[in-house]
Design a binder for this molecule. Structure first.
Ligand code: ADP
Ligand code: ZN
Length: 712
């Protein structure tokens, strides 16, 4: 099995021309039956990494996922692409399970999604032994790590897979990037010398903004006015807040619902369904919402309250813009939220170490909100990824705060960390730098080191802020698993030994100002307000409702955006749109082409000039039986122009009886010249080479025939 088959499957089933960076190598490894670990952000395209191998490998791919609510959607989306799949979890009746087992045994399915409980339930692994399992995909693999935020004890038993099926490759996938989790995944799944693929965790299409928590409702209304009709999520800390906020928004005329774990399952799935299907624009929710959401056209996420850690924040904002089109993440930050959360954590039952860990993570979240350096840099740094430039798509980049040369301060701190053998916490480091004589300092003998007291001139609070900036900039790291001691990084070595300069932020300047959002160009794929896009969106909604699936299962926003920009009006150009595969073309292609043609002709009738669509008007008239000369008169154009339209249409695959205008002998003569001078030659030159024997329009048509013939 080689990668070419995989590329063909990508185009045929998913409608994509190319793999994204890394997808190809991952799939290649899987096809060579190697175990792999995939670390990619939400929206990075993890599913393709196992779905494509599932399609091309003989047998069935078993996907283990803890997200039961998501399985139905995933299976629906696969069906929409023409891939057979099913799921098994506690939500099915015995009869339903039995029917699916039969399908598996008969080799009818390419993918089977199961919950970890189902997988580990008695007899299930032996059942799998009766099938030809091509691949195990362990989704949300970070659930295996007790250090993470979604720990699921059942996951630690998944090592059974490798023991019972040593010959079947395992691919473990997660959107969590930290090193500890990665270590746990490799170790606990007992993978055989796996290849680890870590893609960038950057989501450049998500704009990041933090605002102070005053007047939140007013800010939200302003925000929504700029996001007219676009679907989004507002995360709130409490269940009550989701309800009251939804009520207020409803009173302001928005289509909105709410979602939290305290609602009964029917109401919850109704809310989710309404959102998935674009029946409501907004859902106000607790963090319980979203694990089961794979909606690719979420255009924005607002955090009404501070999330409890950066992992959660990143995961939650990651629900926006999965389709790659521009999206916004807005976070409200208030110190009261931090205190609230601290209290909740401290009062919680959890064991002491866990609580402590969560408090430190909360602190990192707070630093992010208070930060005065590019926010994306901070996020990526947190996941161990260094960016070389500021992002240009966050509030700080748009409104940069003032800085000063802080190299000396940073060097003092780094040198103190080095001289204390990277064994001190942040608090102790400040004590050492300030020359404190407390017992921990004396016990460690830190009063003997060279940098002891080197930072007396800076107050403890200021030191703390500088150290947080250093942490955010990747100049130091915090080792959660080693008593929160500070560690040097590659970048700190550059400051210590290679004289790298560092800028620090002046505190007095860092007011959380109401950002006068200066305009900066956004990355490509701007979600333009386009009349055709709106029409295609409406068509998608009608089709989705009829088929009883969420709209993004029909086509994603990105696909519709490309359609509205390219305006494909025939099969060839429609199939060239990213996201239009053969099966989807068969189901929806004509409907979308007709909508585009209608749009273009209506615009034309209104006298709006549309680039590149004029030949479609010619086509309309031609189809109604008008001759080219008549069309030329009617449209007040040169007949050669009309023939040139027909030639273009013919090249694009429209049914044009071109041989009516150029007979075989004529084509042969003109074709000879084309052999010699090529199809790019000027019509005028060809006309002259042919000694004026053939009219321009015949030459133009012959060029198209020739091109088409060559492309066979
Ligand atoms: P993840 O599981 O990593 O969150 P998904 O697999 O849901 O991400 O993919 C996110 C989006 O990107 C989906 O709409 C998917 O169809 C699209 N996508 C994935 N791979 C490609 C590709 N090679 N070309 C174009 N779009 C892709
Ligand atoms: Zn930035």
């Amino acid at each position: 099995m080689d990668i070419r088959a995989a590329r063909e499957a990508l185009k045929l089933y998913f409608g994509y021309d190319q793999f994204r960076p890394m997808q190809e190598q991952i799939i290649e490894s899987i096809l060579q039956r190697k175990d792999v670990v995939v670390l990619m952000p939400t929206g990075g395209g993890k599913s393709i990494c196992y779905q494509v191998p599932a399609v091309v490998l003989p047998g069935i791919c078993v996907v283990i996922s803890p997200l039961i609510a998501l399985m139905k959607d995933q299976v629906e989306a696969l069906h929409a692409n023409g891939i057979t799949a099913a799921y098994m979890n506690s939500s099915l009746t015995a009869d339903e399970q039995y029917a699916i087992e039969n399908k598996c045994l008969e080799g009818e399915l390419k993918l089977l999604y199961v919950s970890p409980e189902k997988l580990l339930s008695s007899g299930f692994l032996s059942f799998l032994k009766r099938l030809q399992v091509s691949l195990f995909a362990v989704d949300e693999a970070h659930c295996i790590s007790a250090w993470g935020h979604d720990f699921r004890p059942e996951y630690t038993q998944l090592k059974a897979l490798k023991h019972q099926f040593p010959q079947v490759p395992v691919v473990a996938l997660t959107a969590t990037a930290d090193k500890l989790t990665q270590k746990d995944i490799q170790g606990q799944l007992h993978l055989a010398n796996p290849k680890v693929f870590k893609s960038s965790f950057d989501r450049p299409n998500i704009n990041l903004t933090v605002k102070p928590g005053q007047n939140r409702f007013k800010h939200i209304e302003e925000f929504l006015a700029r996001h007219h009709g676009q679907p989004g999520i507002i995360y709130c800390l409490s269940r009550k807040a989701t309800e009251s906020l939804a009520q207020k928004l409803k009173a302001s005329g928005y289509k909105v619902t709410f979602y939290h774990a305290g609602m009964n399952p029917q109401l919850r799935s109704k809310a989710q369904e309404q959102f998935l299907r674009d029946d409501v624009q907004i859902v106000c929710a607790t963090v319980a919402f979203g694990m089961g959401i794979d909606k690719s056209n979420v255009r924005w996420v607002i955090h009404y309250n501070l999330p409890k850690n950066i992992e959660s924040y990143y995961q939650e904002i990651g629900r926006a813009g999965r389709d790659g089109a521009n999206s916004d993440a807005l976070l409200f930050y208030s110190f009261a939220d931090v205190m609230n959360m601290r209290n909740m954590l401290s009062e919680g039952e959890g064991n002491k170490n866990q609580t402590e860990l969560q408090l430190v993570k909360l602190e990192r979240m707070q630093q992010f909100a208070e930060a005065s350096a590019c926010r994306r840099r901070i996020l990526l740094q947190y996941f161990g990824e260094a960016m070389t430039k500021d992002c240009g798509n966050c509030d700080i980049c748009r409104n940069p705060p003032t800085t000063f040369d802080g190299t000396l301060i940073v060097q003092k701190a780094l040198s103190a960390i080095a001289r204390t053998q990277e064994q001190v916490t942040m608090g102790l480091l400040v004590d050492v730098l300030r020359g404190s004589r407390n017992s921990l300092v004396l016990q460690g003998g830190f009063d003997k080191i060279k940098t002891y007291g080197a930072g007396r001139d800076i107050g403890p609070l200021d030191w703390n802020r500088y150290l947080h900036q250093m942490l955010n900039a990747g100049l130091i790291e915090l080792a959660y698993d080693q008593n929160y001691t500070l560690k040097l990084t590659e970048q700190s070595r550059q400051v210590l030994f290679e004289n790298r300069q560092v800028q620090l932020v002046k505190f007095e300047e860092v007011k959380q100002q109401e950002a006068e959002e200066r305009f900066k160009p956004r990355p490509k794929k701007e979600l333009i307000k386009d009349a055709l896009f709106d029409r295609l969106r409406a068509l998608r909604k009608r089709i989705a409702d009829e088929a009883n699936v969420p709209p993004y299962v029909v086509f994603t926003d990105s696909t519709l955006l490309e359609m509205s920009a390219e305006r494909p009006t025939n099969k060839i150009s429609m199939l060239a749109i990213s996201g239009v595969g053969q099966l989807k073309y068969g189901h929806y292609g004509d409907a979308f082409i007709n909508e585009i043609i209608d749009f273009v002709t209506e615009e034309q009738a209104k006298g709006n000039k549309l680039k590149g669509a004029t030949h479609l008007v010619t086509f309309e008239l031609f189809q109604k039986g008008h001759t080219p000369d008549h069309i030329a008169k009617e449209r007040n154009l040169n007949p050669v122009t009309i023939y040139s339209h027909l030639a273009t249409l013919y090249e694009q695959g429209y049914d044009i009886p071109i041989e009516h205008y150029v007979n075989k002998a004529e084509y042969k003569a003109i074709g000879k010249m084309l052999d010699k001078y090529g199809t790019e030659a000027k019509l005028k030159d060809l006309f002259e080479h042919l000694e004026g024997k053939y009219e321009y329009y015949k030459i133009r048509l012959a060029v198209s025939m020739y091109k088409k013939e060559m492309s066979w």
